[in-house]
Write a protein of this length. Structure first.
Length: 297
């Protein structure tokens, strides 16, 4: 039967059994301190910092440091909790098990349904859509470029998903609550991006937060079913962020609402399917899940 809301029964050594909350505090302090610190310099001391560094934009070195701060914090915390073995295990989670490779076409398929839903949903509800001028090869090329433009993909990979989600799962014994909190903190962390006009966003902040919450809850099922494989989160985040970049739809508040309902529906469907298929989704907890490679030797 489905075990998405059950703790792992596999015995693990301390600190994996009951890690201290101080590690989560450290992770959040580094992530928020770096991001909010850099943003504060540009918001409150622009006359001092801009002449030195130039205007802030998404590809600015300081913006990249801010965007990578969750992964930096996650890797630091990983090392402090489990040493080199845990750090190695974190990077090994980028490599899927052979038995889990079938998730790649499934995620691609879900992403196609997602992009199509946003495009045709916009048409259905009278929401403006861009004129389709790109050929399929051009769309593929722009999608590849978007992997490099979406710096936050890797920036948050080892932090929000690699560390915080499984850490909370170990504490709360529930993937849905852990996913909601992870998404909320992720959303709170991106707040400076909505306050700095040079980022040029046309979206609504509160919608973005609830989008993240729904998306990470959905991803938590795949994360647990694949024993914490990080590649699938990276692939899904990249693909769903690409639709607006190839002019399938505008990323605006109306589309944000549709995206929220899409991922809520997806989370419900995947929960039902996993239950009917009796998929083993034992909660992956931190740092136990990144140390299992050593125990398996």
């Amino acid at each position: 039967m489905i075990t998405a809301n059950q703790p792992s029964l596999r015995p693990v050594a301390s600190p994996a059994a009951n890690p201290s909350n101080k590690y989560m505090v450290l992770f959040l302090a580094i992530s928020f301190g770096t991001c909010y610190g850099i943003a504060s310099l540009f918001m409150f001391f622009p006359d001092f910092i801009v002449p030195i560094t130039g205007e802030l934009h998404l590809m600015h070195p300081l913006a990249i440091v801010a965007l990578y701060s969750p992964s930096i914090a996650g890797l630091i915390t990983c090392y402090l909790m489990g040493g080199k073995d845990a750090l190695k295990g974190m990077f090994l989670k980028l490599v899927p098990r052979k038995k889990d490779l079938f998730w790649i076409p499934i995620i691609i398929g879900i992403s196609i349904v997602f992009a199509s839903s946003m495009h045709f949903g916009s048409l259905l509800f009278g929401i403006p859509v861009p004129e389709l001028t790109y050929s399929v090869p051009e769309m593929i090329w722009l999608g590849i470029l978007n992997l490099f433009k979406e710096t936050g993909l890797i920036g948050g990979l080892f932090g929000w998903i690699g560390f915080l989600l499984p850490f909370l799962q170990g504490k709360l014994k529930n993937n849905v609550a852990s996913g909601l909190i992870t998404g909320f903190l992720f959303g709170l962390w991106v707040l400076p991006g909505y306050l700095i006009s040079s980022f040029g966003t046309s979206t609504t902040y509160i919608y973005y937060v609830v989008q993240l919450m729904a998306f990470i809850v959905f991803q938590s099922y795949i994360f647990n079913a694949t024993r914490g494989t990080l590649l699938f989160y990276l692939l899904a985040f990249w693909l769903v962020a690409t639709g607006s970049q190839i002019d399938l739809y505008y990323f605006n508040p109306q589309v944000q609402i549709m995206q929220f309902f899409f991922f809520v529906t997806s989370a419900i469907i995947i929960h039902i399917v996993f239950k009917l298929k009796k998929v083993d989704t034992t909660l992956q907890t931190f740092p136990a899940y990144v140390l299992e490679w050593k125990e398996a030797k």
